[in-house]
Design a protein around this ligand. Sequence first.
Ligand code: B12
Ligand code: SF4
Ligand code: SF4
Length: 374
Amino acid sequence: MQPERETVRARLWALGFDEVRFARVDAGFGPSLREWLDAGYHADMAWMERTVDKRSDPTLVLPGARSVIMLGVNYLPPAEVAERAGKPVWARYALHTDYHDTIKDALVQAGLVLEELGGVTAKDYRYYVDTGPVIERGWAAKSGLGFIGKNSMLISRKHGNWLFLAAVLTTLEFEPDAPVRMHAEGRETEPGLLCGKCSRCMDACPTQALPKPGVVDARRCISYQTIENKGIIPRELREGIGNHLYGCDVCLEVCPWNRFAQAGRRMLLSARYDLAELTLREVLELTPERFAEVFRKTAIKRLKITGLLRNACVVAGNTGAHDCLDVLVRLAGHASSVVRAHAVWAVRRLGAGEQLEDMRAAETDSGVLAEYEG
Ligand code: B12
Ligand code: SF4
Ligand code: SF4
């Protein structure tokens, strides 16, 4: 049985999603994804390369897929949470319990709605939030949830840049929603068409990670370097990272399309705004036990303590955190070579390299001394 589109929309909205839009599964985004991969812009995210066929064609993910239901969740925290002078900066999305889990719980319910109203079974739909082989922004643009900006974000006229996306592929056929009206028909996934002459995001990116409108070079992107990269952060990018401890929102926050956005009000996400209160010293002093306790159920726990300490060392070096010098010197002897390398960099950047002299002999054999030099 074919459920009525507006009934499904209302039922999914009632689960807590801020946006519920429908698109027909047709041509994918193969060529632009291929171009991106061929340019090496995916850095070491080899899983992007491995899943290119599925990402380009949703019927390889769900045989017989006819429609995709695109869901949006507004995660914008209240303004005072973003304005935290003197504290390290977290990407806004991270200031919640892990959205993969909270949104997934709602997606399970969404599947049950399709079963109830559409008479289908679990083999007739698949849902994903972030981690599935689906080009979520492309389908969101097709569904009219928003348009793609020069920063490559899916931008909603109502929520600006601040939406998580989730996708439900289904064999059910729904009448598609209209895409946002563009200057020309059929160009709804082309980046930057509604940006006009604006290029604020490209100009503001601290590490010049936007080489062309709508294209991110992950190798240069702070979000990639502080979240996905688990090893050494290239030295030439560290200064540009500034005080970004985890992720980066710069190309989102400068966008004028945020002017109508309001803090998320629905209850799908649980706020962890307390994280924004942590001082740099508190982060640098984290023990494995304290890390597990503070970041329980957040997306940050996947970075592990070594990744967070590494980032904190970079922030300390960039922000002249002389009051943290004693902790940095201690971290220069940390068990992880990644933490050691960035701690030494930070100590040197603070002009206190002589405090490391005692450690040099011990480090000679570690294989990371080369990283310290220069
Ligand atoms: C890999 C990845 C990253 C990588 C690469 C980012 C990128 N721009 O590709 C890194 C780690 C850098 C990253 C960073 C961030 N990410 Co991310 N990421 C993803 C992931 C898993 C895949 C994206 C992907 O396929 N990239 C490859 C490029 C080619 O695809 P794309 O930009 O999405 O797709 C476009 C092109 O194909 C383009 N296109 C179509 N036709 C044409 C034609 C031409 C000529 C060109 C040039 C392009 C083009 O349109 C497609 C749709 O946008 C998605 C989840 C998912 N499954 O989709 C989340 C996702 C895109 N990320 C998300 C978020 C929130 C972020 C961050 C804001 C996190 C942060 N604060 O630190 C930053 C933002 C950086 C940025 N400006 O994009 C959200 C975005 C939500 C939204 N409203 O857009 C997503 C959708 C996750 C989610 N479920 O909510 N991310
Ligand atoms: S997330 Fe930050 S580093 Fe990445 S493209 Fe946007 S502004 Fe540049
Ligand atoms: S900042 Fe300007 S160019 Fe960038 S996405 Fe927003 S409107 Fe487009």
